[in-house]
Ligand binder design. Structure first.
Ligand code: GAR
Length: 216
């Protein structure tokens, strides 16, 4: 039985599109059952509909700052669609601790930095300011703290001396589109295990070493 996934978006939805593409494969252990946006103008909604995925908007603005009321509608929508797993994909809204606890171990997020470095806004600009030579993206389970939680998968890119935040973001985004579907495959396929507070996998270890700047 494929796990039923809801993807939550707020914007263009390029990670959402990568997840939808991956889940189209017959052997993928999850199906994208629903895309939910908290903004009616999110570009990802059209992309999802064009792929034949059910979409709905729960406009967070109309709940003012009442997170619990927003989450009550969200939860009943997830229940109606018998959702097993949530993937946050550029969903720019915080949850109450109660909602996060309810979905603990069943809600994934992707963030464009090598967490725990650079959580929060503009992580690529944060990385440039810090002068790190390697950055990347992280898929993790969601906990109440923003952009934190048990790590499932990471991908790295070299940071160049002449990088702009936009150029770095574009290279990291390519990594995001690879690791989010791969991490969801491991989680939905039951290939991750929790050991000593850390998520581990029986999948192959990564072969690559990345040194930046390059050494001969
Ligand atoms: C992605 O880079 C994602 O990692 C980031 O928002 C972007 C959404 O792009 N998420 C965060 O920063 C979460 N803190 P997308 O809508 O094209 O997937």
């Amino acid at each position: 039985m494929k796990r039923r996934v809801a993807i939550l978006i707020s914007g263009r939805g390029s990670n959402m599109a990568a997840l939808i593409r991956a889940a189209a494969a017959a052997d993928y252990p999850a199906e994208i059952a629903l895309v939910i946006s908290n903004r009616p103008d999110a570009g990802g909604l059209k992309k999802a509909a064009a792929s034949g995925i059910a979409t709905t908007t729960i406009e967070s603005k109309s709940f003012n700052n009442d997170r619990s009321a927003f989450e009550a509608v969200l939860q009943s929508t997830l229940d109606q669609h018998r959702i097993d797993l949530i993937c946050l994909a550029g969903f720019m809204r915080l949850f109450t601790a109660e909602f996060v606890q309810r979905w603990y171990g069943r809600m994934l997020n992707i963030h464009p930095s090598l967490l725990p470095a650079f959580p929060g806004l503009e992580p690529q600009a944060q990385a440039l300011r810090a002068g790190v030579k390697i950055s990347g993206a992280t898929v993790h389970f969601v906990i109440p703290q923003t952009d934190a939680g048990p790590i499932l998968m990471q991908g790295a890119v070299a940071v160049h001396d002449d990088d702009t935040a936009e150029a770095l973001a574009a290279r990291i985004l390519e990594i995001e589109h690879r690791i989010y579907p791969a991490a969801l495959r491991l989680v939905a396929g039951g290939q991750m295990r929790f050991e000593g507070g850390i998520w581990k996998t029986s999948a192959d270890a990564a072969p690559a070493v990345l040194i930046s700047p390059a050494v001969s």
